[in-house]
Design a protein around this ligand. Sequence first.
Ligand code: AMP
Length: 171
Amino acid sequence: ERLSIPAISTGDIFRANVAGATELGTQAKAYMDKGEYVPDSITNAMVADRIAQADCENGFLLDGYPRTTAQVGELDSMLKDSGLALDVVEITADAEAVVARLLKRAGEQGRADDTEPVIRRRLEVYAESTAPLADLYAERDLLVQVDGMGEIDVVTGRIMEALASRGITGS
Ligand code: AMP
């Protein structure tokens, strides 16, 4: 909202498809419930389809994508076609703080994958498959890191500052 661009969460799109019992939802659910990543082929096709829509023409915010090196490569090709530039924000937080936050969210939202064993598996998968992508983006000079420890409004302020440092500001 602040940047007047659509926010696209791959997790939200998967959850909407699970709720709507679509073919995509059925495929994704088996992985999501275990805390594993949905296969790249499915995820990449879904993102390509979403960012090809007219509201993404002047930019968009991706939340939860890319998460694997194959997704990084696919995103590069998608952006090449669109002529848009990329900036990457990595929000860091202590693992135990993340577990506590997601257990709190479980009580509020009832997400199927917010159980302690699945949360811990998601953190492992993140460490294995996604954390290394930060180095890759840092080498390309596209990365800003934000300390995610603290209250929501404080962390939000840090994210807006980090974006401003990359020349991205709201209108
Ligand atoms: P999130 O809402 O971002 O926490 O994502 C919830 C779940 O959706 C993840 O644990 C994965 O199973 C799946 N998912 C979301 N984004 C991706 C992605 N980029 N690649 C693979 N799986 C994903």
